[in-house]
Design a protein around this ligand. Structure first.
Ligand code: SF4
Ligand code: SF4
Length: 339
């Protein structure tokens, strides 16, 4: 499957030039007058490795040159922080420079400001018969899926497949995908700082003074926010089921979304600022690879696999040792989600 690549010299100016060069040769389905939603991640509040808005602005300019009507969007998330509701998420976007004034187009919360503007679409796979996603999926003529390729604590890496999946999913669907993740404490590492309790959206994490935190696994919704936020890495994932199941659910949701939008979409992955963890986490994640540039392709799986080849599988394994992250690829093939 053909992948187009545009190399950066590693500077921001060079990366913008690389993206512009890629856009000049990318095939697209957009007609003048089409509203085109640019799906991207503007970073959790406090995250420092998200993609700067200059790349989104470059895409907006390109779409405007096609006489399309671009807008930028994301969905609400499960956990507490800066993106749980639409209002918070737009504030976080603005802090990161994603404003309508700068981008030259509106910003939209695709599942509504309260996260309730959702629809069910068919899936027909072993985990999900249907998946629930932002209603905007149905009403928008075109999509530009702009994915920041980087590491991820539960799936090894996140790219186009994850952006289509978690990125379009309603909060309920996000919860269904996370349902098998639970925290487990390595007591010797815990400093009893209380961060895990502060970030827990379901009050499943609790502490009494002088005691280590406890986690009520019946209340836990598996959002993994405590695991991600712990400054001492004192929490690790305890899987309720096989660790691969999260990836399978991720892939099924992406496949269902892609089946609805593939003929009206463009896919571009950014292989710059490649951090060990995803942009959902606050703080500065370790950068695990040099900046390569931007890739375009017709298949989300092929695009992500091309990014894996650039990085080298060992780089992902080193960032997330012991995680069978290859399940995204093998399961996508098993269910025929390859184009
Ligand atoms: S965030 Fe980590 S170190 Fe702090 S109390 Fe929770 S488990 Fe312990
Ligand atoms: S205890 Fe469960 S619900 Fe609370 S932050 Fe951790 S994973 Fe999320």
């Amino acid at each position: 499957m053909e992948i187009q690549f545009s190399e950066t010299d590693g500077t921001q100016t060079g990366s913008v030039a690389a993206l512009e060069a890629l856009l000049k040769k990318v095939r697209h389905p957009f007609a003048p007058g089409d509203a085109v939603g640019i799906k991207l991640h503007w970073g959790e509040r406090g995250n420092e490795s998200f993609l700067e808005p200059v790349y989104a602005r470059t895409i907006v300019s390109w779409l405007a040159s096609l006489e399309a009507r671009p807008f930028v969007f994301d969905t609400t998330v499960l956990y507490s922080g800066g993106r749980r509701l639409g209002k918070d998420s737009l504030e976080t976007a603005a802090r990161h420079g994603y404003t309508a004034e700068y981008l030259g187009c509106p910003l939209v919360i695709a599942d509504g400001m309260d996260g309730r503007d959702v629809i069910d679409i068919p899936a027909g796979y072993k985990h999900f018969a249907t998946v629930q996603v932002a209603s905007l999926l149905q009403s928008t003529p075109g999509f530009f899926i702009f994915s920041h390729f980087k590491g991820h604590l539960a799936s090894g890496y996140g790219g186009a497949v994850k952006n289509l999946s978690m990125g379009f999913a309603s909060r309920a669907q996000k919860q269904r995908m996370h349902a098998d993740v639970r925290p487990t404490l390595k007591p010797g590492k815990c400093t009893r700082c209380g961060v895990c309790v502060q970030v827990c959206p379901s009050k499943a994490a609790a502490m009494t003074p002088g005691e280590p935190p406890r986690y009520d696994l019946k209340r836990c919704i598996g959002c993994a926010q405590c695991i991600a936020a712990c400054p001492e890495t004192a929490l690790k994932i305890q899987w309720n089921a096989s660790p691969e199941m999260f990836q399978e659910k991720l892939v099924e949701t992406a496949a269902a979304v892609w089946s609805q939008i593939r003929h009206r979409s463009v896919l571009v992955n950014a292989l710059i600022k490649v951090s060990a963890e995803c942009d959902c986490l606050p703080g500065k994640a370790k950068i695990i690879a040099p900046d390569f540039g931007f890739l375009a392709g017709a298949s989300p799986l092929a695009l992500d696999e091309a990014c894996v080849r650039f990085l080298g599988a060992d780089t992902i394994t080193a960032a997330h040792p012991g995680l069978a992250w290859q399940r995204q690829s093998t399961y996508a093939r098993e269910i025929g989600f390859i184009t």
